[in-house]
Ligand binder design. Structure first.
Ligand code: PEP
Ligand code: MG
Length: 595
């Protein structure tokens, strides 16, 4: 989206903020390296030579990526270095090699031509996934393809140089994870790309390397002269090219404020999320990929409140085996040590179509064979995952959570399966945590309404407001056209949350909330007043929510809840809470944080 501003010739562009920070520097435009692949039919006598070239190019690419992996391991950690493992595996892939060789032999294509075709077909499979994380994997695959083809075509200056003598902000159509890892960290102050999404490996690396970054801006680079000044704002997700002096001054001031604010938040890292009058809330993180775990801990999370386990099912063609799942889960619980990790059993279906188990496209996939329904329809797949989680529970504090529960029967069936696996493991003398907590997500209105009955069956609830809002208000959570109706402050949502928390409290179980509402300060204020015990959110939001909690009294938050209960519209609710929040913020300015 392009928004020309009124002053000077500056242009502001909006994208997705993926790594925080504000920087001002001259622009350096990175053009994608073009590998010129001339199409020609090779002579039969050239076939063996082309195949040999291919093997050599694969070897060279492997060496380069292994070196990159080593560098990332040195500057970050194993979790981030392992971003390059799928690329290394791809270069060892027998099928890929066989298919390329076949094209060289049968179609008489050059190695570069054959390899490009095969790799594009392979990447294409990933781009059809609705899930953004999986779809973005094709950038990684094409990155490998490019590298190999550059060796095959002897492209000069194969790697666009990302080393500089003075400070720059990089603008590029797209950047691969290897580009990001290779950047001159001293002089690249930030980068912005036309393509890319928040869960891409490029975004993950930028965050870990603390390089402010904005992605997914759309076409904007054409016409931006290299060398012009730009401001990158990794909080708001904007890039301002050729800013006016006023815009530069404003950016500098904002940067100073953010730095002070972050320093303040950092001080809170090891302090508990406790209100002035002593009400303790557990703040945990939502995690989609194991690689995020170190980052999560750095933000002061007290555990993983929602580990979305879908990625291992979506990342490849076949179903993952028990051993593979176990190794990943074990690593995660070991990494967080004494802190708890809630493994939500797979929530496939809905917008995460899974061809292995779903036989056909559904007309209403969000209302169809999704999550626990899919698991109960394919108990062997479910059992494999549960066995892996239970085995991992012997190495840390794992918890199990079933998603998309709509009735009591589903909970009982899921628990019966879990119990039979526990019996099996005991019989085989395989250890697991005998006291493992088992909970459910409350994300369907029927579950919230019957939460009094469900509370008798489980150790905890976690309210999934992303879905609860969608199902209660009949608003597709991913449909832009009805986005204005997707309303967390709708009185119906607040009543369902209250009903759920009250039911949990009456039954003496703990209740958390892991939807996006947790990270919204206005919602968090309300949720604390309602009596939530845990809030789980994207790690970046944790310090700010902790600060809010340490600034309020439970009694005040309760009063807000009582006051809004009589309000009839979400606009009134929203305004009321905002007003209450302002009062708290004013108090915050007058009195420093209770550190
Ligand atoms: C939710 O529905 O609120 C939730 C946290 O789960 P997901 O976003 O994965 O559906
Ligand atoms: Mg959900």
């Amino acid at each position: 989206m392009q928004k020309p501003t009124s002053q000077s010739s500056s242009r502001a562009y909006q994208g997705i903020a993926v790594s925080p920070g504000i920087q001002i520097a001259r622009v350096h435009i990175v053009d994608p390296v073009k590998t010129d692949i001339t199409r020609r039919v090779i002579a039969p006598s050239e076939v063996e030579g082309e195949k040999k070239q291919l093997r050599k190019a694969l070897d060279s690419a492997r060496r380069e990526i292994a070196e990159l992996r080593r560098k990332v391991l040195e500057s970050l950690d194993e979790a981030h270095a392992s971003i390059f493992d799928p690329q290394l595996m791809l270069l060892e892939d027998e099928v890929l090699l066989a298919q390329t060789n076949e094209r060289i032999e049968r179609r008489h294509e050059t190695a570069a031509q054959a390899f490009t075709t095969v790799i594009h077909e392979f990447a294409g499979k990933f781009s059809t996934f609705a899930d953004a994380y999986i779809a973005s994997r094709n950038t990684d695959i094409l990155d490998v393809g490019n590298r190999v083809c550059q060796f095959l075509t002897h492209t000069q200056n194969r790697n666009h140089s990302l080393q500089f003598d003075d400070d720059v902000i990089i603008l590029a159509p797209d950047l691969s994870p290897s580009d990001t890892a290779q950047m001159d960290h001293e002089h690249v102050l930030g980068f912005a790309t036309e393509l890319g999404g928040p869960t891409s490996h490029t975004a993950i690396l930028a965050k870990a390397l603390e390089i402010p970054a904005v992605v997914g801006i759309g076409p904007f680079i054409k016409g931006v002269p290299s060398g012009v000044t730009a401001v990158i704002d990794g909080y708001e997700g904007t890039v301002t090219v050729d800013p006016s002096p006023r815009e530069v001054a404003r950016a500098r001031a904002r940067r100073r404020r953010h730095l002070v604010h972050e320093r303040d938040l950092q001080k809170l890292r090891t302090l508990p999320a406790e209100t002035i009058d002593g009400y303790r809330v557990e703040l945990s993180a939502n995690v989609e990929l194991p690689i995020e775990v170190p980052h999560v801990l750095a933000h002061g999370a007290e555990g993983v409140g929602l580990f979305r386990t879908e990625f291992l099912y979506l990342e490849k063609d076949g179903l993952p085996g028990e051993e593979e799942l176990y190794m990943v889960y074990r690593k995660v619980v070991e990494e967080v040590g004494a802190l708890p990790v809630i493994f939500r059993t797979m929530d496939l279906g809905g917008d995460k179509f899974f061809a292995q188990l779903q036989t056909g496209r559904e007309l209403n996939p969000f209302l169809g064979l999704r999550a626990i329904r899919l698991c109960l329809a394919y108990p062997e797949v479910f059992r494999t995952q549960l066995r892996a989680i239970l085995r991992a529970s012997a190495h840390g504090r794992a918890r199990i959570m079933f998603p998309m529960i709509s009735n009591l029967n589903e909970v009982r069936q899921a628990k019966a399966i879990l119990k039979s696996i526990m019996d099996e493991l005991r019989a085989k003398r395989i250890t697991f945590d005998e006291a493992i907590q088992v909970g459910i997500m409350i994300e369907i209105p029927s579950a919230a309404i019957c939460s009094d009955q469900l509370a008798k069956e489980v150790d905890f609830f976690s309210i999934g407001t992303n879905d609860l809002i969608q199902y209660t208000l009949a608003v597709d959570r991913g449909n832009e056209q009805v986005a204005s109706l997707y309303d967390p402050f709708h009185p119906a949502i607040l009543r369902l949350i209250r009903m759920t928390i009250d039911a949990a409290q009456r039954e003496g179980i703990w209740v958390g909330l892991c939807g996006e509402m947790s990270s919204n300060p206005l919602c968090a204020l309300l949720l604390i007043g309602l009596g939530v015990n845990e809030l789980s959110m994207g790690a970046l939001a944790i310090p700010e929510i902790k600060r809010l909690i340490r600034q309020i009294r439970l009694a005040d938050a309760r009063r807000v809840v009582e006051d809004i209960y009589s309000l009839r519209s979400s606009a009134e609710v929203h305004d009321y809470i905002r007003q209450a929040y302002r009062v708290i913020q004013r108090r915050r300015i007058k009195a420093p944080v209770n550190e």
